[in-house]
Ligand binder design. Sequence first.
Ligand code: NAX
Length: 329
Amino acid sequence: MASPIRVAVTGAAGNIGYALAFRLASGEVFGPDQPVHLNLIEIPPAISALDGVEMELDDCAFSTLAGVTKVDSDHLEEGFGDCNFVLCVGSVPRGKGMERGDLIRINGPIFTNTGKAIQAAAAKDVRIVVVGNPCNTNCLIAMNNAPDIPRDRWYAMMMLDQNRAKTQLAQKSGQPVSSVSKMTIWGNHSATQFPDYFHAEIGGTPAPEVIKDDAWLQNDFIPIVQKRGAAVINARGASSAASAANAALDTVKSIISVTPENETFSAAVCSDGSYGVDEGLIFGFPLQSDGATSKIVQGQEHNEFAQQKIDATLKELREERDTVKDLLN
Ligand code: NAX
């Protein structure tokens, strides 16, 4: 058997972490012949909950699980030691009355330490996916605190938005979700994100030509996707967890697979200046992977409506960057 892939998950005893760990261990992501070693990281008060997660992992008797290491967040270098993938899920959730800017300032310092520890201890080929919110800016902070790690290794999760958007288009058109392709979420994982239905396809035909209802696409589809997280909280009394974990795994699968020629996937990555987005911002783009490295798909044209949406989410991300400039080195 191959030597184990080591995957670190921060916030591993939380809702998303709990949904992630078992599927990572099961062989679903890296294949039935690839052992996985999990480094599960939590804040000290949650370590006993992690003991329970480890017991349940043992009780699954996964043949692909090579081992589990539990680490508290005061020892991040141990937690990220030799890791090939780091899934940053742990962060403080937004509380009642808290502004987005407050949350950014609370979670920012977590990600300076995360970046430093990943650079100091992770494997040379490490890839990082940031899920904890505000994920684009948390990723920006971590990346800037790990200058020796190539910038194309950093991802913030837009896949949950992509999956939500795909299903909305499938349901509206009466087509299976598998027929929806090229669904890009531009910008920030926030209510300013732009789910780009113009470039999405249903059965290989542009989505607007299949759906033939521009008013719905503009006035319903976009806000449904933008506000889906809040709708789940209202219905369930808790934020998206299983679907968020699923999206994190879809992101890893997209990174490690060759993207089919007629497909793209969404994640926020470090801008190289493409599409007028400031170099260095972590921005949602259409991507294609060669199985190791992802590239921003070039050449998509935007009409005035789409460009305004992209400009609005870009403006928000610039403001977030300004809020944390002292954490960017
Ligand atoms: P939970 O509160 O259930 O779990 C978070 C866990 O992180 C807790 O167990 C906590 O002890 C741990 N934690 C806190 N600070 C930590 C640190 N410094 N080091 C390690 N662990 C730490 O939240 P959950 O529902 O699992 O959500 C986790 C994060 O995902 C939140 O920030 C949430 O906003 C974000 N989400 C991001 C999404 C995305 O699409 N990018 C969608 C889903 C989700 O809202």
